[in-house]
Design a protein around this ligand. Structure first.
Ligand code: NIG
Ligand code: FE
Length: 429
């Protein structure tokens, strides 16, 4: 076998180990090697058994190498900032009350519609690069701040450009049903018809979205409305998922179970019955610690989920309102501290389980045939991912087999001078 690249002397954390126990599932190979060919993993095993004919070798000297992290829930593409709103929330105002008074999602919709393509792309790219410097290589990206056909597609196209320009691997999700746009406040049915009859078919036909999401909650969309959107999405071949139980349990878990959904996300308020339905149907739970921290909510209980047989992934929920963070290891650390995930489960939750929550079969594990998206950290224990409370940085990242820059200076460079002025004004947030 003639390899393009061989990573040597790695503590390989395959996330492809056997059995139900998290420790074994990490599948660690102590002195391991990983061979890369054509952007895929072509060989993995003990270093002493490695193929000898690689064009290039990289010796990582005992450091851990994991599958590139997978962030299964982000609202990465948006315009504007909501820093003022956070101050209001911290002073005691309720998220839903702020939203009802024209703030919240609606304020980001105004800023996003007003943003130029260049601004949207530059800020999304800067956030994606910040994610990559933490070790994230696959990012789920939702639309949801356009709320009309051309703007929702524009957000998904911006996300696709992140792929096309080699920044990160994306899995894109249509979230037209994030809120009713202000101009259609008195015509819910009309807007839902636009989502099901125009957005879903267009996003699916153009290959812009892999899945469809709905914000199913009090003050957002009802169970029946969510059902209409997700049934339409499924009919167009999209995966289905939903924001459920962030505030109230409206039966979303059972709906996702019935429709064969990929994941139910948030889950602070979901009942045991709902969790049981998810477990039986193989719908994954996606925990979003950035949101429960920002909204000062009681976190969901991972022990209860584990006992009921629900598989758990963790995401950043990167968005300007409830979770302004790009740091997936930080979210893993919070899921351990707040929700009771074990440290090993947290590693699986941002790799293999996150990939399954996205229905992405070729990421999240170090195994032959997978994309060669890999991350190396300056540590010999994978639990470091859930140990540092923020700020963990990758030593090396490989995207489709190629080493890519992760340092802040490279990130500033990659953003480009034409939009640097805009970013300097707002930074990532
Ligand atoms: O996942 N709750 C709904 N959607 C986002 C927040 C969006 C926003 O506030 O802009 C969430 O928390
Ligand atoms: Fe979200």
């Amino acid at each position: 076998m003639s390899l393009e690249r061989l990573i040597r002397h790695a503590r390989v954390v395959t996330c492809a180990g056997p059995g139900p126990l998290a420790r074994a599932r990490l599948g660690i190979i102590d002195d391991g090697a990983i061979g890369i060919l054509g952007g895929r993993i072509a060989w993995v095993g003990p270093d002493h058994d490695r193929p000898r004919d690689a064009a290039e070798e990289c010796d990582v000297r005992g450091r851990i190498v994991l599958p590139g992290l997978v962030d299964p829930h982000t609202h990465l593409v948006f315009g504007g900032s909501r820093v003022d709103e956070l101050a209001r929330k911290m002073a005691g105002e309720d998220y839903r009350a702020i939203a009802a008074s024209g703030g919240g999602i609606a304020s980001t919709v105004r800023a996003t519609r007003a943003a130029s393509e260049a601004q949207l792309f530059a800020s999304a790219r800067a956030r994606a690069l910040a994610m990559r410097s933490c070790g994230t290589t696959t990012v789920e990206v939702k639309s949801g701040y356009g709320l009309r056909l051309e703007d929702e597609l524009r957000l998904l196209e911006t996300a696709r450009r992140l792929d096309d320009t080699g920044i990160v691997n994306t899995r894109r999700t249509l979230l037209g049903a994030h809120a009713i746009p202000p101009e259609l406040r008195d015509d819910r049915a009309g807007y839902l018809a636009e989502v099901t009859g125009a957005m879903v078919p267009a996003a699916a036909a153009a290959g812009l979205a892999h899945a469809c999401d709905v914000y199913l909650d009090e003050g957002a969309f009802s169970l029946e409305e969510a059902r209409r959107v997700l049934v339409a999405a499924r009919a167009h071949g999209l995966g289905v998922k939903a924001h459920i139980g962030q505030f109230a349990d409206l039966g979303g878990a059972q709906l996702l179970a019935e429709l064969g959904g990929l994941s139910g996300d948030h889950l602070e308020a979901v009942s045991d019955e709902g969790l049981r339905a998810m477990a039986q149907a193989g719908v994954r739970a996606v925990l979003l610690p950035g949101a429960w921290t920002t909204l000062r909510q009681a976190p969901p209980d991972a022990r209860r989920m584990r006992a009921l047989g629900v598989s758990i992934a963790v995401g950043t929920d990167c968005n300007p309102g409830t979770s302004p963070t790009t740091d997936l290891p930080l979210c893993a650390a919070l899921a351990v501290r707040d929700a009771g995930l074990t440290m090993e489960e947290a590693v699986l939750a941002v790799t293999v389980e996150a990939a399954r929550a996205l229905g992405a079969p070729d990421v999240g594990q170090v195994a032959v045939g997978m994309r060669a998206d890999l991350v190396c950290y300056d540590h010999d224990d994978p639990r470091v991912l859930a140990y540092a409370v923020g700020g963990l940085r990758a030593r090396f990242v490989w995207l489709a087999g190629h080493r890519v820059p992760t340092a802040d200076s490279d990130i500033a460079h990659a953003v480009g001078s034409e939009t640097l002025e805009d970013l300097n004004r707002h930074g990532l947030w």
